[in-house]
Design a protein around this ligand. Structure first.
Ligand code: PTJ
Length: 253
């Protein structure tokens, strides 16, 4: 760990970097996870490192979808586990959702490490472990296509933070509602998902928790009303508009 002064203007961002670098050295993350994190950082900088109004709207809609779901699943990769394991476990418990590990760069060693991170955060029931049963997701090849029969395979709504476009697309094609959290509104994942939250997982998952607590008492009809009002393409365009305003502001100043 580096010694980072809390007075540094980029303190929080540097802390996250340090957490990621350490997790890489511990074998939890693939080396390319750090590159993915850097891409996320760049987009986060541009949106002002705060949750934007379109992201808030997507978070509310995602919560309604998760509350309406019969079999919600939270899919976890290395980056999500390192940055937000505690929040994932709390959200799963509030929603009675299953947690399933799915890694892009899957190795048995990394699956064990991610499982350990989730268990240390309080998870008691983790799917997608080494040796667990799995069925393939149609249209996907390799380890990415693993879907636990009691998890992603039977899920009607799946939260897939920092996902790759192919998996998001294949899950949507298999009839599931796919919610993603991705700081890049231009990514294929963002475009292919049913509900795209353009925000950092470290802010979005705590907000999903708050929203779940708020909406838990709502009727199914009210939750459905929230879903019906939402248009994902329109919401992504609003995020892109905010980004272009950011560059415009810089030009004007
Ligand atoms: O743990 P594994 O093996 O499953 O690997 C996970 C990564 C993320 C390395 C793998 O899925 C990957 O290479 O992802 P991509 O294709 O680089 O996509 C990552 C996306 O997440 C990019 O669009 C980033 O902008 C975005 N991103 C990065 N960090 C964050 C983020 N979005 C939200 N919050 C973040 N903290």
């Amino acid at each position: 760990m580096h010694d980072i002064s809390p007075n540094h203007p980029r303190y929080h961002s540097l802390l996250l970097r340090d957490k990621m670098a350490q997790a890489y050295h511990e074998g939890i993350l693939a080396d390319t996870a750090l590159i993915a994190h850097g891409r996320g950082e760049a987009f986060d900088y541009i949106i002002g490192e705060k949750t934007t109004p379109p992201a808030r709207k997507a978070i509310k809609t995602a919560t309604a979808a998760l509350l309406l779901a019969e079999s919600p699943v939270l899919s976890v990769n290395g980056n999500t586990a390192v940055l937000a394991a505690d929040y994932v476990v709390e959200l799963a418990s509030l929603l009675k959702a299953r947690i399933e590990i799915n890694l892009f760069y899957r190795t048995p060693q990394r699956v064990l490490k991610v499982e350990e991170v989730l268990k240390n955060a309080g998870a008691t029931d983790v799917l997608g472990k080494e040796g667990d049963d799995y069925l393939p997701v149609e249209g996907l090849e390799g380890p990415r296509s693993r879907a636990h029969p009691q998890g992603v395979h039977r899920a009607d709504v799946v939260l897939v933070p920092l996902e790759d476009g192919d998996r998001a697309e294949a899950l949507v094609s298999s009839g599931k509602k796919v919610i993603t959290i991705d700081l890049n509104p231009l990514s294929r994942t963002a475009k292919k998902s049913s509900i795209t939250i353009v925000d950092n997982v470290v802010r979005a998952i705590p907000l999903l928790i708050n929203e779940t607590k708020k909406l838990k008492g709502c009727s199914r009809q009210d939750l459905q009303g929230i879903l019906n009002e939402f248009d994902n393409d329109e919401n992504i365009s609003s995020s892109l508009n905010l980004i272009s305003q950011y560059f415009k502001r810089d030009e004007d100043s």
